[in-house]
Design a protein around this ligand. Structure first.
Ligand SMILES: Cc1cc2nc3c(=O)[nH]c(=O)nc-3n(C[C@H](O)[C@H](O)[C@H](O)COP(=O)(O)O)c2cc1C
Length: 118
């Protein structure tokens, strides 16, 4: 399974590097990215303008997205992982997992298990 991720302050990037995946499986979302195979999206939580590249990418690729894994910060309370919730509602893609910042060892193990079963 491919992973498409986005990272602003590199917490998600650090999380992705801890996963049990090959370099070829992982792509960072940019304006020019086009994916023809199924993928899991891993994203942080920010206002829509900051994640515009993710929204544009999903507008073109949501049909191939198997699910969203979200990084956030629980101090934001009811706004915790709201970007993933908004994308999930807009594109009808499930949220598979969430974690804070660059994830704990437990989060890494849980996401590795999700990747193995997809
Ligand atoms: C300006 C700013 C706003 C944020 N807003 C939220 C938020 O509303 N909800 C949330 O769960 N996390 C929020 N976060 C936390 C980040 O999404 C979280 O730290 C994430 O791990 C950052 O990933 P990145 O370093 O890959 O960009 C915010 C962080 C910053 C710096």
């Amino acid at each position: 399974m491919k992973i498409a991720y986005y990272s602003v302050t590199r917490q998600v990037s650090r999380f992705v590097k801890k996963l049990n995946v090959s370099d070829e499986q992982v792509v960072e979302i940019s304006d020019s990215l086009s994916l023809s195979e199924p993928f899991i999206l891993i994203i942080p939580t920010y206002e829509k303008e900051i994640l515009q590249e993710v929204w544009d990418f999903m507008a073109d690729h949501a049909s191939r997205c198997q699910g969203i894994i979200a990084s956030g910060n629980r101090n934001f309370a009811e706004l915790y992982i709201y970007s993933a919730k908004d994308l999930s509602a807009e594109f009808h893609v499930p949220i598979l997992y969430d974690f804070e910042f660059n994830g704990t060892a437990e989060d890494v193990a849980a996401v590795n298990a999700i990747l193995e079963s997809n």
